[in-house]
Design a protein around this ligand. Structure first.
Ligand code: ZN
Length: 77
């Protein structure tokens, strides 16, 4: 399961939670002030490094930036 980042509407506290896909945090309680109604924070691009090369993907899991086909030698896609 993915870890999402949420932000509390009331106190602005940010916290991470393991939740199932599609969960939007509406039912989540803020660990700091116990207010219900946190919003999911979209962290945007996922930045991860593999083999010394930094790969910034669009979240679609389509491989590295130089992937134009399904036969990329740098990421294996
Ligand atoms: Zn809060």
């Amino acid at each position: 399961m993915p870890i999402y980042e949420f932000r509390c509407d009331k106190c602005g506290n940010r916290f991470e939670k393991l939740c199932s896909l599609g969960e939007n945090g509406k039912e989540l309680k803020c660990p700091k002030c116990s207010a219900v109604g946190a919003h999911r924070v979209m962290s945007g691009f996922t930045k991860k490094s593999s083999g010394g090369t930094e790969v910034i993907g669009s979240g679609g899991g389509s491989g590295c930036g130089s992937c134009s086909s399904t036969n990329c030698s740098s990421c294996g896609h």
